[in-house]
Write a protein that binds this ligand. Sequence first.
Ligand code: C2E
Ligand code: CA
Ligand code: CA
Ligand code: CA
Length: 278
Amino acid sequence: VKEEGKNSFQFYTPDMNEAITKKMQLENALRKGLERQEFTVYYQPQVDVRTGRVIGIEALIRWRHPELGDLQPDDFIPLAEETGLIVPIGKWVLVEACRQNRLWQSMGFQPVRVAVNISSRQFQQSHFVEHVRRTLEETGLDPKYLELELTESIIQDSKYAISTMRKLKDMGVHLSIDDFGTGYSSLSYLKLFPIDSLKIDKSFTQNILADAKDTALVQTIIKIAHYLDLNVIAEGVETREQLQFLQQKLCDEAQGFFFSRPISVEEMSTVFREQLWV
Ligand code: C2E
Ligand code: CA
Ligand code: CA
Ligand code: CA
């Protein structure tokens, strides 16, 4: 141990040591989790508000740890991002989501687009585009049935982001901006980025009937999206009233507990079979 290292270590309190140990344990568990295939993907329907049909599904990772039990993404995605483990984890989710979507199509279900969350760390990998291309080839999924959900944080390096997005668009993959409105970026990127849709964050959706400012914001986001010829989807729709508001304001798609929580592959198959919201 270097001299400075030793000294600086004295500033840590026992509490901080405990926090660090916990983090390292979780990091190890994440690594092992990948090896032992403890992760699964759940799917949440995305519904066309005009027809009530499921036209997309979002892939959401779940982790079943043998001792810790079921862990939610918010418990481990931030650490996975910090440690870089989000790269192999994200790769796995992408392959799994494409494979499963292709399988559903080959079973004869109405084709839908599968939306996969891509962390900016993963997006910035030099082989990212190649990995997407290879995944589509290997799983046989038509690129138009894949959507990548990107957050505004990728804009940090906008030149790189634009060129990567172009390559993905040229491949035929759909791109959407997730958690729209929660970042700190300017609106000008909307005209620079080759995207297909905006996803209104649930923090806005959930207040559309309670908070006049959120009502105004959501209405405005829908209008901006349509002026720019973008599709718009609202997440976090929990009530019929929220859905009706979105229908009135001509939002294109909705996703949320009102329709369904994220569900397992088996449960999703039932939804496809029955097309529950027609
Ligand atoms: P997100 O991309 O904004 O996903 C939406 C989250 O809202 C999901 O939480 C979903 O289960 C939840 N949700 C959906 N409908 C409703 C609703 O009506 N009400 C409420 N209260 N919540 C609703 P989840 O599955 O826990 O995921 C949390 C976050 O973790 C995601 O937020 C996403 O940022 C991240 N995440 C999940 N899976 C992945 C993944 O495979 N890769 C990456 N990079 N991030 C992921
Ligand atoms: Ca979508
Ligand atoms: Ca998302
Ligand atoms: Ca969100």
